[in-house]
Design a protein around this ligand. Sequence first.
Ligand SMILES: [Zn+2]
Length: 290
Amino acid sequence: MTLAPWLQAPYQAVGNRIDSGRFPHAILIQGGRGLGKLPLALAIAKRLLCETRRADDQCSACQLFDRQTHSDFYRVDVAEGKTVIDIESIRELSENLATTSMLGDRKVAVISPADAMNTAASNALLKTLEEPTPGSFLILCSDRPAKLPATIRSRCQKLSLSVPLPSEVEAWLREKGVQFEAWMTHQPYLAQDVEYAERQSLIRQQLELLIDGQADALAVADHLAKLPLSYVLDVMCMWVGSAMLQSSGARQVALSRVQVQIVRYLADELTGLNARATLESILLNFAKQR
Ligand SMILES: [Zn+2]
């Protein structure tokens, strides 16, 4: 697998730690949605399991990994029809990690999105983090690490992904035949998701109608209320972030990242009637600003 250019440096840094035997028992890869946390986690897992520790693509471990049949690799995600990672999934994982590895001397698990674990699941994972089985490695991915208990975060080494340069993303997407748009800088891995891109353009169209005075705030709220509030606010944040990046030319705009985190947190807290009322009030303000 070829990693995107902006994932190469973090991957190399991790690779150096693996080579020198300093790879920690657990790491937490954090960064915005669509930056490539999972592809990076999988690449690290492959390297940890590789017989030569180089992810050489040649050894039997690499080949099993690529075919998704490596018996010492575990993926934990939200099961179909569920909204959280529950305690059963984590218990099963912990039992698997505690047994002897089948092929080499290592076992690796990727938990993504780690923030989807409910309280019971987090508590169960904590036990595994506190008493790790030698040779077992955990890689957690999260775009909302603040939702993870502090006890879990403190036991993981953090690996933070930052937003790549727009030019970097544009070149990467051009090779894949995807037309670059500003929002893709923040979510390059989602640019090829057709459904996601369509939602992006629906939200954008509605906001543009509002800005141009062709639709009123309540009519726009009717359209956008069909989507989760966190989703709509995410897109708005992405716009602000893109605008700030363009105006400042800076690689990272810390403020926009903090804003995104705050808005996401608030969006998570708002549900049902509250969410609808909040959306209306934001859009009414939006209309006033134009
Ligand atoms: Zn290999």
